[in-house]
Write a protein that binds this ligand. Structure first.
Ligand code: CAA
Length: 412
């Protein structure tokens, strides 16, 4: 039975900060950001966006052409969760009108949570071949202002449908996985910003790559040159270069000129260069970037994929691109979304960053910004109220925020 990715879509906020603006403000040479870490712009979520709205925006498009009644599970991976109890998956399930006979839950293991969901979905669809799984990966990467991590922020969501009718990527069953208890990056419940030991996190990332690769290689019998392209988790683009050269050295392929090696990764970096880190979504954003921006026909090409989640867990796996894959991509929509974004000046970036929702349950209407199809309308009685922007949807209830009547989906 063939199992793999049937559809793939992403969403990134309408607003971005050019790292040149950040460099000027922080007194840093812009080349450090553009070349040293390989990032040019970072997406900034608007005050009326969160992981639910971003995921719903991506999922809306991933579900185009899919019979919604066939969705048997919604698996939502995030490390920017909005509730300690209720899964973000349920809000999206409701916003998108998915069937009631569905499992909907949230998964956490830093940036690798989405890959854990993907692994789990393979077993789910093998056992329920008539059902499909909607995987959501959505995050806001947030570090302290004026910290080394600030330039590696970003935001975005990826959505994919996994089924026994893959149209984009046929996933191979061999996986290499790795877990080690380390404190390289974490976010305690009382903080909105991650804490990170940056240099150490890079070392652990590479160690996890070594170990996950070794197991994958043992399981699959494949060597480095059995893969045509590679996508790595992208906390910042230069990490992919470090990872790929590391893997080439590890497998004794470092006689290949750097230029040739880098041609195996560079098309996967175009999107994240202008969105920044999107944690759980980043690997899949990289995969979309490769598939959608490559000038070559990738049919039949094997792509090696490495997922890393701090803390840490990692996985190396691979898949083969299917004939006709281009017809099922959303290349033009993604290109437009990225091109039509709005640049923030530094003051607006700070305003967005410093915007906080009330934590005392008081009614609050979020200021309206450009958000795609779904937005966070506000808070009422400690409940997040979501709406379909413009035309309202009324699937579960009608709520009032600050005296304004909104047909909306109330998130309890
Ligand atoms: N021109 C060109 N290059 C320059 C330069 C200039 N003027 N100035 C500096 N550089 C280069 C440096 O040589 C360095 O390159 P190399 O790593 O290739 O040597 C690069 O720019 C970065 O410089 P620094 O190491 O001095 O930068 P920094 O101390 O400010 O921190 C960072 C960089 C550690 C990545 C920091 O941004 C950070 O902590 N980010 C968050 C943590 C992170 O992303 N970790 C990655 C692994 S963990 C993970 O993957 C999970 C996740 O998603 C977070």
């Amino acid at each position: 039975m063939r199992i793999g990715i049937e559809t793939l879509a992403f969403y990134t906020p309408h607003y971005f900060l050019d790292l040149r603006t950040l460099a000027e403000k922080r007194g840093v040479d812009v080349k450090k950001y553009y070349d040293g870490i390989g990032q040019e712009k970072m997406a900034v979520a608007a005050p009326d966006e969160d992981v639910v709205t971003m995921a719903a925006n991506a999922a809306h498009h991933a579900l185009e052409g899919i019979d919604r009644q066939s969705i048997g599970a919604v698996m939502f991976a995030t490390e920017s969760g909005i509730d300690q109890s209720k899964a973000a998956a349920i809000y999206v399930h409701s916003l998108l009108g998915l069937p009631k006979n569905c499992m909907s839950f949230e998964i956490k293991q830093a940036c690798c949570g989405s890959t854990a969901a993907l692994q789990m979905s393979l077993g789910f669809v093998a056992q329920n071949p008539k059902k499909k799984v909607l995987i959501l990966a959505s995050d806001v990467a947030r570090y302290d202002l004026d910290s080394p991590g600030e330039a590696t922020q970003g935001a975005g969501a990826a959505a994919m449908v996994v089924s026994v009718e893959p149209r984009i990527l046929d996933l191979s069953p061999e996986w290499g996985t790795y877990t080690e208890d380390v404190m390289d990056f974490w976010r305690p419940n009382y903080r909105e910003e991650a804490l990170v030991d940056g240099k150490y996190s890079i070392k652990v990332y590479l160690r996890a790559l070594t170990e996950a690769w070794r197991e994958y290689q043992q399981e699959s019998g494949r060597d480095f040159d059995d893969h045509d392209y590679y996508c790595y988790h992208l906390p910042f683009n230069k990490m992919s270069r470090k990872a790929h050269l590391h893997l080439a050295r590890l497998t004794h392929h470092d006689d290949i000129p750097d230029e040739e090696l880098l041609s195996q990764i560079e098309e996967g970096l175009s999107y994240s260069r202008v969105t920044g880190n999107s944690y759980t979504a980043s690997l899949y954003l990289g995969l979309m970037s490769l598939l959608e921006t490559s000038r070559c026909d990738l049919t039949g090409k094997r792509i090696g994929l490495f997922s890393y989640g701090s803390g840490c867990m990692a996985a190396f796996f691979s898949g083969v691109v299917l004939p006709g894959y281009r017809k099922h991509l959303q290349t033009e929509r993604h290109r437009r979304m990225l091109c039509e974004r709005e640049e923030l000046d530094f003051a607006r970036y700070e305003d967005f960053y410093l915007h906080h929702l009330p934590t005392d349950g008081s009614d609050y209407e979020t200021p309206k910004h450009e958000t795609g199809l779904y937005r966070l309308a506000g808070i009422k009685d400690h409940k997040r109220i979501y709406e379909f922007s413009g035309a309202a949807v009324d699937r579960s209830s009608t709520e009032t925020i600050s005296g304004l009547q909104k047909n909306s989906v109330a998130a309890a």
